[in-house]
Design a protein around this ligand. Structure first.
Ligand code: ADP
Ligand code: ZN
Ligand code: MG
Length: 485
């Protein structure tokens, strides 16, 4: 049944900009403060106060828009969006309506088939966040005996980013939201924490018969707080709509809530049209005027973005697409990796160490790569010592915990020498091999009688006596040579 339909999905993403202060006043923009601690007459909507645009918020929004390939409007303005709700102290939200800051952008996702796909971005505009209602004994108004309001969030700067209806599955929508968050994090303009609400996704879903170019009636879904939930909510909603149409019902345009507990969407309210908001120009804020030179200055200051890094890692470093995606996910990890490669290390082992043992350590200790004493220079040196067989991989693994947890006094080479961890080869190793063979005459006899898998036993004995310092290939060769003549 579902295979006769095509899903159409568009996302509206609200991201809180990581400025120090709110968008129109000097109150701190911090999460988790005591309720109503971060407020002043401006963000409480007292009569007679005047908003002043936070220049940093504008800068962050411009950077986001440029990174999303949008066209920045030389002139944009703020508008009042009127609605009455206790979380909105002024009874209107300052937003942007007909002249948004930016339009007409795109970003690229990878589909499940591994193809690149461009998702259009309709517009990006600035607005202020509303306060937050805390419903006693429930996460919703329904079922709660009273509600409290916290205006700390009122006036937090937001960027709303509206996509074109270009996605066709829950997985594509999740990939879009993830790439968007990655770009915002690269820019340092939004921390993207979905649990704390710094990035909130409203999802629009409709279905239509395959081959049709007419859009079906859409339903908006709110309340997903992970990428996984976005994907599941959409897939659930597609199935629900297809089943309804097949049963002869009509889809009602409405807003639905994703219920994490029951894994389904439920009706919240029938959607209001934009005329209900009585938008009109905000008289207390001047329009935003940007010259071409200003816009170009922002553009040229953009950092290298995730997609560019992924492409470069494949072309210059020979990583495959999967590896490039993985290591470019986080900007600080990507930069650490690049710095290691810049010391002359081979990209592939650098990738393996960073995404393997180092990432495991970071996850275990809830640390970021910028918070550990290990420097790219030290990791580069360690990789060099492995490459020239001064130390074995085994020794490097033993060394790593110290490098990850304690600042290095001298070089990695000094540490190897101080710990006596240098790989053992040559006469020293040969003497131990001889010793091992001489003290196991029975096994030697069995080996010579054809039980050649005993080679592993001898190697093990040598490793034991050298505490893992024996160079594995040389050890193998020496043992074989001695047993076989
Ligand atoms: P509204 O006025 O209801 O907010 P918009 O036209 O502004 O609707 O679109 C909001 C979001 O919904 C956009 O991301 C857009 O791509 C998406 N969208 C619009 N129409 C559809 C549809 N028929 N099916 C799925 N998504 C849609
Ligand atoms: Zn304030
Ligand atoms: Mg809209």
């Amino acid at each position: 049944m579902r295979e006769n339909y095509e899903a159409v999905i568009g996302l509206e993403i609200h991201c809180q900009l990581a400025t120090a202060t709110k968008i129109f006043c000097n109150c701190p923009n911090t999460f988790g403060a005591h309720p109503n601690a971060n407020v002043c007459p401006v963000c409480l909507g007292m009569p007679g106060v005047l908003p002043v645009l936070n220049a940093k918020a504008l800068e962050y929004a411009i950077k986001a828009a440029l990174a999303l390939n949008c066209t920045i409007a030389p002139l944009s303005k703020f508008d009042r969006k009127q609605y009455f709700y206790p979380d909105l102290p002024k009874n209107y939200q300052i937003s942007q309506y007909d002249l948004p800051l930016a339009t007409n952008g795109w970003l690229t996702i990878y589909t499940e088939e591994g193809r690149e796909k461009r998702i259009g971005i309709t517009r990006l505009h600035m607005e202020e966040d509303a306060g937050k209602l805390v419903h006693a004994g429930s996460d919703r108004l329904a079922g709660s005996s009273y509600s409290l309001v916290d205006y700390n969030r009122a006036g937090v700067p937001l960027c709303e980013i509206v996509s074109e209806p270009d996605m066709r599955s829950g997985a594509e929508a999740a990939a879009y939201a993830q790439e968007l968050r990655r770009i915002l994090r690269y820019l340092g303009v939004c921390d993207g924490n979905m649990q704390e609400g710094s990035l909130r996704c409203d999802v629009n879903v409709s279905v239509r018969p395959k081959g049709s170019s007419k859009l079906g009636t859409k339903v908006e879904i709110k309340n997903m707080n992970s990428f996984n939930a976005i994907q599941r909510a959409i897939d659930y909603e597609i199935d629900r709509q297809v089943a309804a149409i097949e049963a002869g019902e009509r889809i009602v345009q409405e807003t639905r809530l994703w219920e994490e507990n029951s894994q389904r969407t439920i009706t919240m309210r029938v959607k209001e049209g934009s005329s209900d908001y009585r938008y009109f120009p905000e008289p207390d804020l001047p329009p935003i005027v940007l010259t071409a030179a200003q816009i170009e200055a922002y553009r040229s200051a953009l950092p290298e973005l995730p997609r560019q890094k992924r492409q470069r890692y494949q072309l210059e470093y020979g990583l495959n697409a999967y590896e490039a995606n993985l290591i470019a996910d986080d900007r600080s990890v990507a930069e650490f990796f690049e710095a290691v490669v810049a010391t002359g290390a081979e990209p592939k082992p650098a990738f393996n160490w960073i995404m393997g043992d180092i990432t495991a350590y970071l996850n275990e200790n809830k640390l970021k790569i910028t918070e550990i004493p290990l420097t790219p220079a030290a990791l580069g040196e360690m990789l060099q010592l492995i490459a020239d067989q001064t130390i074995s991989t085994k020794i490097a693994k033993d060394l790593l915990p110290e490098l990850l947890s304690q600042p290095l006094a001298g070089t990695v080479k000094d540490l190897v020498a101080a710990k006596g961890l240098k790989v053992m080869t040559g006469a020293e190793l040969e003497a131990i091999v001889t010793e091992v063979i001489n003290s196991h005459p029975k096994e030697v006899e069995q080996y010579r009688a054809g039980k050649t898998k005993l080679l592993g036993f001898f190697v093990g004995q040598v490793m034991k006596r050298t505490q893992g310092k024996a160079e594995p290939q040389t050890t193998n060769d020496l043992i074989k040579a001695k047993l076989e003549n």
